[in-house]
Design a protein around this ligand. Structure first.
Ligand SMILES: [Zn+2]
Length: 302
């Protein structure tokens, strides 16, 4: 009897890469100048067989330790085959985890655990905040797991737009005007924005900043909070139907928000706990054409 050709059969038969090619890509990306011991940095290494999953093993003649193609990468100690984890990463920008798991015929939780690991690694990618910065906020739909439901009266008393409790947590978006790079910052509510902003982005700021925002009150204290780092703060009066005044606008943020909405729509609710990871992954994909190689060569704790 012939096998029924469904999407998952097609994905596995036609679109899974050759494992040996995956290992070659990892080696070329992380060691363009030849294999380096991830423990001590020495080039004095010798091939030493293969792991059961097919990765090349090495022995370092300098420190005496053993390692393989995947040591210290996001693939290390992961049970799924190398070509399937490549497929997962490649599919992440445009497919839900549920769909990827179905295509690979794998356990949803196993795929989700790997997705979270990739997202966490994406969060280590840094954006330099310099020169002109647009700042705007957006309230994506998200799950409200982990938050108590409040009564209707409490909800009405809520004067701040969007809180995680109601499944619409606020995300503050920063776009660096001259590089187009974006940073999404998730907050439980915007009351905490003025205190937490400096704490979250202080170490990313290079030189003085010219900041453009709308007239929303959370931005009132930006200059006070960041002091001399803010050279100027100009505001667009959206409620007065003003959308741009020369170079003063937040249109690039709005463009990134449309990517964010499309991206999150396919997940049908991400819990607050994991949402920052989804935002970090999207930011990496939007910011860096080489996002795939950045992820596969990212060095994580050994
Ligand atoms: Zn070594």
């Amino acid at each position: 009897m012939t096998e029924k050709i469904t999407n998952d059969v097609i994905a596995r038969k036609l679109f899974l890469p050759d494992p040996e090619e995956c290992y070659r890509i990892i080696r070329q990306t992380r060691w363009p100048e030849g294999v380096i011991c991830p423990h001590c940095g020495s080039k004095e290494v010798q091939k030493n067989g293969h792991t059961p999953k097919g990765a090349q093993k090495y022995h370092c003649k300098n420190c005496g330790k053993y390692f393989n193609d995947l040591t210290g990468t996001i693939f290390d100690h992961h049970k799924l085959p190398i070509n399937e984890v490549f497929y997962i990463i490649w599919s992440m920008p445009h497919k839900s985890t549920k769909l990827i798991a179905e295509e690979l015929n794998r356990n949803y939780q196993a795929v989700l655990n790997f997705v979270h690991k990739v997202q966490k690694t994406a969060g280590n990618s840094k954006v330099r905040l310099e020169d002109v910065i647009e700042i705007d906020e957006v309230y994506p739909h998200a799950g409200s797991k982990g938050f108590k439901k409040e009564s209707q009266t409490e909800r009405q008393a809520q004067t701040w737009q969007g809180t995680a409790k109601f499944g619409k947590p606020p995300v503050v978006t920063l776009v660096v005007r001259n590089t187009g790079r974006v940073l999404f910052l998730l907050f439980e509510n915007l009351r905490e924005f003025p205190q937490k902003f400096k704490q979250r982005v202080g170490n990313l700021i290079v030189g003085g900043l010219k900041v453009f925002t709308d007239e929303y009150s959370i931005y009132d204290s930006l200059k006070k909070g960041l002091g001399s780092i803010i050279i100027s703060h100009e505001r667009i009066n959206h409620s007065g139907k003003e959308f741009a005044r020369g170079e003063v606008h937040v249109n690039t943020c709005e463009n990134r928000h449309s990517f964010l909405r499309t991206y999150l729509r396919k997940y049908r609710g991400v819990s607050f706990r994991w949402l920052q990871g989804y935002l970090d992954f999207l930011a990496l994909v939007l910011n860096n054409r080489g996002w795939f190689s950045e992820l596969i060569s990212a060095r994580i704790h050994i």
